[in-house]
Ligand binder design. Structure first.
Ligand SMILES: [Zn+2]
Length: 678
């Protein structure tokens, strides 16, 4: 006698009076998947039920901050950008389902482009069903943000962490690079690609350095990563960002270096920075193709006869980093003004904190060009010195988007109603940092590097709580771009196939860390899968789904049902693991396969039972479908929510916990547990 068990979750309801065992009859009533309608319904519902709201401070669940790239108007590669939001949204939804309190903000950076372009990007992210809390983000024209950007700059100025270079204000980073490199070892939760991206921005170069004998007698240490080719050196090249560049930038200078027979001309070349950072290097055209470009620019030999005393300096091992100080200002037409005043009597004077923010004139043109330069506006530039009251002029440069992006993601931790008094050093940072997951595009590695640098600076300044590893991001995933022949229009594609189909193809067609080569066929396949899923699952869940008032009785003997239960168990384990490891393409594949298993089970049962399913078969199918819908929820949340609701669930799937072995599809667990008595 097969064991009969009462199980904890209702899974059936009364079948309609003339329901056939084969739901083909009901499916024939014309169940059509209409993504536009389904997606609008659930987006509205998620908003109404505050699914995306940031959990309040007293929420006892373990916090998880998921950080996606800021929304920004882009000329190309927009699909790649959207891919990042979808990946981050899967992380956020999966973490919520697993009982975490999630903060998932998305910043908005117009980069000086018209606001309508930014709104358009934001609209696309919303239309994709991304569960981000827009209320936590700020926009680049936000005056509150101006104030805090300016305040932070003045704080850094007080601590000599920013300086005015030839063309820009820059943040001093060079002295920190060695410790930043050591701290890469703390990034144990990062994917290796993500760590490599940071290593690459840091740009460590190993080589040797040696002191040159200069004609002027001034000290000059030169570096090369071609230690075995020093004898072939033909010149010395100095980066324009070298601290002593002024000494070498005019006139002609010569030096000798131990081991090199001839005289070496000294030149300033911008080709040095990108390869070695702000340093001086030996030019060895025979060993380095880039040096061949410089040697062609050299002036003809001057016929100098000077001979330095033979140097015996020995090259010693040395390291250079390509990363160096970060320029943060520009003379452009957007961004907060630098809050400084130049007074003939007092010199450079910071604008007092209580007078921040320094705003741009309301009627300044946003369109760009000379007219929108602050320098051209006397009514802006001319002011009274805050120190002596005499006539003074305001700094007319503005912060570029880079400075804002370095720190605003930290402000997203702070509820907007607290931001007028605090953006940093809020207790909110103790709650949300380090951020659980940062998701960034391969081309955004530099920005994440800079955000890490800023978090370290702010910890040193006491503006952020000390993080145990000094690193602000516990886990990181780099995603690659989407390439396509011709341009892709996300809005048209969503209109055409629905947001869920677009989400599915962005997740399924390639691993996040691989380039996704766009293919219309893949999108059609994904839409086809959702059509098939809907047509199959909707009538079954609607007619056989739980009524909520009857406990299922599952007979556990059938071999096929046990096999289905096993497939479900495998799918749950695999999908969970794949989502934990951010292998979303594999998770999508798990779910696609599970549907095929369920359909195969039904087919075999119909054959075995001469076309008539029994209650137990239907219960098993419903339980398996409900599991499938739950597994699909982070990936294609709208259709999953719809099918969940169709099955009679009164609460939102987006609020439901992730199925665990103990609580998932109970009929199937029972079948598994009793697998021995076939
Ligand atoms: Zn003054």
């Amino acid at each position: 006698v097969p064991e009969v068990q009462a199980v904890g979750v209702a899974v059936t309801k009364e079948s309609p009076t003339n329901a056939s065992s084969s739901p083909a009859a009901t499916a024939a009533s014309g169940v059509l998947y209409d993504p536009a309608q389904v997606e609008a319904r659930w987006q509205e519902s998620w908003a109404r039920e505050h699914v995306v709201a940031v959990p309040p401070r007293e929420d006892p669940r373990q916090p998880a901050y998921v950080l996606a790239p800021s929304a920004r108007p882009l000329r190309g590669a927009r699909m790649g950008h959207l891919r990042g939001y979808v990946i981050a949204d899967v992380c956020a939804r999966f973490m919520r389902a697993r009982g975490r309190a999630v903060l998932f903000p998305v910043g908005c950076e117009s980069g000086g482009r018209p606001a309508v372009e930014l709104e358009r990007v934001r609209g696309q992210v919303e239309r994709l069903g991304c569960s981000c809390a827009w209320g936590r983000s700020s926009t680049s024209s936000d005056l509150e943000r101006f104030r805090w950007t300016q305040r932070l700059f003045l704080l850094m100025l007080e601590h000599d962490l920013v300086y005015r270079g030839e063309a820009h204000w820059s943040i001093r980073v060079a002295p920190q690079l060695r410790s930043i490199e050591h701290e890469l070892d703390h990034l144990s939760g990062w994917s290796s690609t993500a760590v490599d991206s940071q290593r690459s921005v840091l740009g460590r170069v190993d080589g040797v350095e040696v002191d040159a004998n200069t004609f002027d007698g001034a000290a000059l240490t030169v570096f090369t990563d071609h230690a075995d080719a020093i004898a072939d050196a033909e010149f010395i090249a100095i980066s324009p960002a070298h601290p002593d560049v002024d000494r070498w930038s005019s006139g002609s200078h010569l030096a000798t270096v131990a081991g090199v027979a001839g005289l070496l001309p000294i030149v300033v070349s911008s080709l040095v920075d990108a390869r070695y950072g702000p340093t001086a290097v030996l030019g060895i055209p025979k060993a380095d193709p880039a040096d061949r470009a410089i040697v062609q620019e050299l002036p003809a030999p001057s016929g100098a006869t000077w001979r330095a005393s033979k140097s015996s300096a020995v090259p010693t091992p040395a390291v250079r980093y390509r990363a160096h100080d970060l320029p943060i200002s520009h003379a452009g037409a957007f961004g907060a003004p630098i809050p400084l005043v130049r007074c003939t009597a007092c010199g450079t004077v910071p604008v007092p904190r209580e007078d921040l923010p320094v705003c741009v004139p309301d009627d300044l043109e946003i369109a760009g060009g000379e007219k929108s330069s602050l320098a051209a506006r006397d009514d802006f530039v001319e002011c009274a010195c805050p120190r002596c009251g005499g006539p003074a002029r305001r700094e007319a440069d503005r912060f570029d988007g880079r400075f804002d992006e370095m720190w605003t993601w930290l402000a997203f931790c702070v509820p907007s109603e607290h931001r007028s008094s605090k953006m940093l050093s809020d207790e909110a940072h103790r709650r949300w940092l380090p951020a659980e997951q940062v998701v960034f595009g391969a081309e955004e590695a530099r920005r994440v590097f800079e955000q890490r640098v800023m978090a370290k600076v702010l910890q040193d300044l006491g503006e952020l709580p000390e993080l145990s590893s000094r690193e602000p991001f516990a886990k990181a995933l780099v995603y690659e771009t989407v390439t396509a022949e011709g341009s892709l229009d996300p809005e048209a594609l969503i209109e055409d196939t629905g947001a869920d189909a677009l989400r599915l193809v962005l997740l399924y067609a390639a691993a996040p860390e691989r380039v996704l080569n766009w293919n219309d066929g893949a999108l059609r396949y994904c839409r086809g899968f959702l059509d098939k899923l809907y047509a199959y699952a909707e009538p079954r869940l609607r007619e056989w789904g739980p009524s909520g008032d009857r406990r299922a009785r599952i007979e556990t003997g059938a071999r096929l049902r046990r096999r289905l239960a096993n497939w479900c168990s495998v799918a749950l384990t695999k999908t969970t693991g794949h989502l934990e490891r951010l292998e979303m393409h594999r998770a999508a594949d798990d779910v696609i396969r599970l549907l095929a298993r369920i359909q195969d089970f039904e087919q075999r049962m119909l054959e075995r039972r001469q076309g008539e399913l029994e209650d137990e078969d239907r219960e098993a199918i419903v339980a398996a479908l409900l599991l499938l819908v739950q597994l699909l929820a982070p990936i294609t949340p709208h259709i999953a929510e719809e099918l969940w609701s169709v099955a009679g669930n009164a609460t939102l799937l987006s609020d439901a916990p992730w199925p665990e072995r103990q609580t998932r599809a109970p009929g199937l667990d029972a079948a598994l547990a009793n697998g021995g008595d076939a």
